[in-house]
Design a protein around this ligand. Structure first.
Ligand SMILES: Nc1ncnc2c1ncn2[C@@H]1O[C@H](COP(=O)(O)OP(=O)(O)O)[C@@H](O)[C@H]1O
Ligand SMILES: [Mg+2]
Length: 338
């Protein structure tokens, strides 16, 4: 994260959750962190559509173009000045490269973006680059090929295929034989060995000085639409140690990251299969277990002593997510939406 502009003592600590979508709990955690710290500030939401739960839930909200649109950054800069935004919290993969490149432009108006630098974001964005990074850093992973180069030998199947630039598990499929691979050969997919065992997401927070503050492994017990719906924290020493190696090998990582790692219960072998340079959807579990990253981020930004302690967390805490709703009206959504 880049340095914020010098602070006025009366400046409110307004936080913007970008591409807010369904991140209601994350928005509430930032609001609670402000209250705990006794800071004046509002949690704002930006989205491309007003039909979004976190957009409706936010204290203030505004519409922006899609993050792939050339007008996204200019428009957001204007809005950050207008709403005096101190911190932007990105939430989706596609906005990370745009934000990583625009950090200085936002810093010059006094807005810090909680995002890693372009190298880390680039690695996380592209599953082929992720694999090259893992191999180069001698971190444990599985074998990977492009769809064009994946093996024809039926004895190495089943394998797993996924879009090189994909997210949210969209397009992920198991290949039972080379016949399943044939239609993907000319597509921008990577093909991997299937990692055995239990899948974990390790939430990692790195402060602005580059220090690893916490690493919380959480086992994925059940997922819905690519996001964890049931999970449990696990104080697995191997995974916590791996997080330190991950952070050391990413030169410009900063803020919130997570990586996904399988643990084979028979051999204890680890295999990292993915890196995300943002808050994961399952982060509320880590927060509930004691990793109060929203609060620590704010403390780091305004130079308060960190309440992070030694980075400990509650082992064996189980999260069972459920559907909830916020309510708005057609009139509040504005003309022409519904
Ligand atoms: N090599 C692999 N072995 C086993 N499961 C995998 C592998 N790669 C992906 N998966 C499964 O597919 C899901 C989505 O893959 P992931 O690499 O995380 O991509 P996405 O960016 O879509 O989240 C993972 O959470 C995991 O359950
Ligand atoms: Mg993933």
């Amino acid at each position: 994260m880049a340095d914020p502009a010098p602070d006025s003592p009366r400046r409110p600590f307004n936080i913007l959750v970008s591409s807010a979508g369904r991140r209601v709990v994350l928005a509430r955690l930032f609001r609670a962190a402000l209250a705990e710290l006794g800071l004046v500030g509002e949690v704002c939401a930006a989205d491309a559509s007003p039909l979004s739960a976190a957009y409706t839930e936010a204290d203030r909200h505004f519409l922006v173009p899609r993050c792939t649109d050339a007008e996204f950054i200019p428009e957001l800069l204007e809005r950050c000045v207008e709403h005096d935004i101190h911190l932007i919290v990105p939430t989706i993969d596609t906005e990370l490269p745009v934000f990583a490149e625009a950090r200085d432009a936002f810093a010059s108006i006094g807005t810090t973006i909680a995002v890693s630098g372009p190298t880390t974001v680039g690695i996380a964005q592209d599953k082929q680059l992720t694999h090259r990074w893992l191999v180069g850093a001698e971190l444990p992973t599985v074998a990977q090929w492009t769809a064009a180069e994946a093996p024809d030998d039926p004895s190495v199947y089943p394998l797993i295929a996924k879009p090189r630039l994909g997210s949210s598990s969209i397009g992920v499929r198991t290949l039972t034989s080379p016949t399943d691979l044939a239609p993907l050969r000319s597509h921008d997919y990577v093909v991997e060995q299937i990692a055995p065992g239990h899948e974990h997401t390790i939430d990692v927070y790195v402060n602005r000085s580059g220090s690893l503050i916490t690493a919380v492994p959480r086992r994925r017990l059940e997922t819905r639409g690519g996001e964890v719906s049931k999970g449990m924290t696990i104080a697995h020493e191997g995974l916590i140690g791996l997080a330190a190696r991950v952070v050391r090998s990413l030169e410009d990582c900063c803020g919130m990251l997570n990586f996904q790692c399988f643990v084979d219960p028979d051999t204890e072998r680890l295999a990292i299969i993915e890196l995300n340079a943002r808050f994961g959807g399952g982060f509320p579990l880590s927060d509930a277990a004691g990793a109060h990253v929203p609060r620590w981020m704010i403390e780091d930004l305004i130079g308060l002593p960190s309440s992070a302690g030694a980075g400990g967390f509650q082992d064996g805490l189980v999260m069972l997510r459920f559907d909830d709703a916020v309510f708005t009206t057609r009139d509040a959504l504005g003309p022409g939406v519904l």
